[in-house]
Write a protein that binds this ligand. Sequence first.
Ligand code: GDP
Length: 456
Amino acid sequence: MYKTDTICAIASAMTNAGIGIIRVSGSDAIEKVDRIYKGKHKLTEVESHTVQYGHIVYDDKVIDEVMVLVLKSPRTYTTEDTVEIDCHGGTLVMQEILKAVIAQGVRPAEPGEFTKRAFLNGRIDLSQAESVMDVISSNSNLALHNSINQLQGIFSDQIKDMRSKIIYEIAYIESALDDPEHIDITGYGEELLPKIQEIIDQISHLLATADNGSMLKEGIKTTIIGKPNAGKSSLLNLLARKDRAIVTDIAGTTRDTLEEQISLNGISLRIIDTAGIRHTEDVVEKIGVKKAYDTMENADLILYVVDASRPLDENDIAIMEKIKDLKVIVLLNKTDLDPVVDADEIHKYLSQDILPFSAKNGQGLDYLEKMITDMFFTGQIMDSNEVFLTNARHIAALSDANESLKHVVESISMDMPEDFLSIDLMDAYESLGIIIGESVEEDLVNEIFAKFCTGK
Ligand code: GDP
């Protein structure tokens, strides 16, 4: 491990809270914090991974009563010597302590620098480092679960496994080309083909999760549709439990689309309320209707609100025609009034689930929420038992790797010389390496000589 300068930052939120944490990391972390710490023992003399009680004293002034965590390299977040000062969580007191630390010649950390050090010092790879940010910014339990999976290296392990298979083949080809007398490579392409195909399949599978991954972060795109006055805005308000959409009884109020992000049993839903769909000559309203149709086509789930207190009309028929093959839950709304439409009538047009509902008094809401959660967890909306790709950099690198591997397959089918295969395999290896941030040359050298030394 290289010697680094010592950095510091307030690691907790910059708001007044019960506890604040100032984190200090680097070769001189313990010694420098010790200069402003007064307690029973000197921090430089205590055991690693212990908590010390004392005070931060600077300029002969006691700034705060603190608990100090002393963590010696290498079993720390950054792998460097680290001190965490647990102080009172007022913004002023945290800043005063930080100032005192900086005054000892400690540099304020750049954003993400602690995690960057964890990566540079080899404790985590690049994709794990990225997932640290995802864990922090996750806005649903599921997104959090996915980020933690990535942080624990489930995704990196898959990448590493594919890379080690590829490097093995490269090493074999390179050794054979170097030493044709001892290694016969005839018919090697045929042998290689299924192995490469297997990796292509694995990458394709990962790439297929990318859509679901963005769903996780952004939420399942849920579009509310229906004719004007059916109760769409009321439904959005009910789901979001606040008055976001304007609810009125004048037809055509929601002229544009409104969006709301909600969390439903850990699943993130991005709900879009659309303009009421009806045949209209009004230019502005027409745009709204068109937008409603466009939004519908891109939705992962449609909530179709039917006003059960009015007979179905040509607007309902037009909507049903559009959605009959889509993922839809039909809400038979206003069942608190005397309903004139029932499920049987709708079933003449649609085969999807129909739920009696009242956006006014919330009847059916629990069941609707359960239906959506079930659809999700049974994989009807998306598959929940996967590591989802959410990072554009990973997606691009995996796509590149797949392209290169497809070239390998092509080259084999065209009976190209083995050094061609080796070049494309190397490209795939490098692309995958980009994900975990590994350098190529050193790995390759080590692999070749460790595994295929032919005794020269
Ligand atoms: P939108 O045009 O489809 O967005 O419909 P709104 O949500 O603005 O509702 C239109 C009118 O129907 C408003 O007066 C609502 O209060 C009323 N409304 C909505 N849902 C219900 C319901 O379930 N029962 C009753 N009785 N009225 C409802």
